[in-house]
Design a protein. Structure first.
Ligand code: LMR
Length: 329
């Protein structure tokens, strides 16, 4: 027995000596709530590939998609606690943590297209918002697109009266809440991972979402109609735990920064097409009817949704919104 134990100790000591302490890879756990075949899912894979190649495996990126580790709210708590290192929550999910100005991205009809959006995310306000996250131990690395939202339900949502009395799932943003209430809709905040079931069982009648999500989450299987409203944007901030980030060597940080920049360019290049293809696949499934709005219905929806601006401007800050409007002009 003694000989055996001694032998084990020698083996353990030996392995400690030949394995330098710093040779174990740095692990970045990247948790997210969507499927791998979405703009965010593909971006995470792209980032992983670049980082692992360029650091020769010294940094490992472990991706946990589909809310398999954490749901929406929990993932932000996990990031702050250091249980995961990286996330890309949608911009609507930062306001419950006190970052109200992020809700500007939820304002209906503020951005006409991706180009508009990038003027803000790449501009001064976009960068200020990312920097502001450091007060809660979060480092913002960039913005990833998903796309413009459409409305879905089991009844056609075309005229304003069609919305009245419906229950619709929203993300946790007060602007989205106000946007639904002004239509006479009862908004229900629900974690993303619970939406399919919510729609299937009728806990909610419908939702607003990008085509990419409606397709990859199979919402179209339980929603008969989609109205092509494109009334608002859904996108992400890629964030890391700041303490983790600050603890990395400058060399590693610069590899990660470059990989993030390239991943961001990649996601923002594929997102629009990804959404177009998703819409085409939903259409081809024959399960959901796609409805286009007439110009009249389009303008009454726009008038109703933008009526929330004066009240919401106070929430986000007039100075912030004035600066955004300048960037968009
Ligand atoms: C949602 O909750 O609807 C989205 O934020 C999910 C996501 O990450 O795209």
């Amino acid at each position: 027995f003694f000989k055996h134990t001694l032998y084990s100790i020698v083996l353990i000591l030996g392995s400690i000596c030949i394995t330098p302490a710093n040779s174990s890879p740095i692990v970045i756990k990247f948790s997210h709530v969507v499927t791998p075949d979405t703009p965010k899912g593909k971006g995470a894979e792209y980032f992983k590939k670049l980082v692992e190649e360029r650091t020769k495996g010294n940094v490992k990126v472990q991706i946990y998609p589909n809310s398999q580790l954490y749901k929406d709210k929990e993932e932000l708590e996990a990031l702050q606690l250091g249980a995961v290192e990286m996330l890309a929550p949608s911009l609507s999910k930062f306001s419950p943590m006190g970052f109200t100005a992020f809700e500007l991205f939820d304002l209906p009809y503020l951005f006409s297209n991706y180009n508009d959006l990038h003027k803000v995310t790449n501009g001064k306000i976009g960068q200020q918002l990312l920097t502001s996250l450091s007060t809660k131990g979060i480092k913002g690395l960039g913005y990833w697109d998903n796309g413009f939202k459409v409305m879905s339900a089991n009844k056609p949502l075309v005229a304003l009266k069609d919305f009245r009395g419906k229950k619709m799932r929203i993300q946790s943003s007060r602007i989205l809440d106000a946007q639904m209430r002004t239509l006479g809709v009862s908004p229900q905040v629900m974690a993303f991972s619970e939406v399919y079931q919510g729609l299937q069982t009728g806990v909610v009648d419908g939702t607003e979402q990008t085509p990419s999500q409606i397709y990859t989450q199979k919402f179209f299987e339980v929603q008969k109609f989609i109205t092509l409203t494109n009334h608002g944007y859904l996108g992400y901030a890629v964030v890391v735990n700041k303490k983790f980030w600050d603890g990395l060597t400058p060399q590693i940080r610069s590899v990660l920064e470059a990989a993030m920049k390239e991943s961001t360019d990649y996601v923002n290049k594929i997102a629009e097409q990804d959404n177009q293809e998703s819409l085409a696949k939903i259409k081809a499934s024959g399960r959901t009817q796609l409805l286009a709005l007439t110009p009249e219905n389009q303008s009454s929806l726009k008038a109703a949704l933008t009526s929330i601006y004066p009240e919401q401007e106070k929430r986000i800050g007039k100075d912030v919104l004035d600066a955004v409007r300048k960037e968009l002009a």
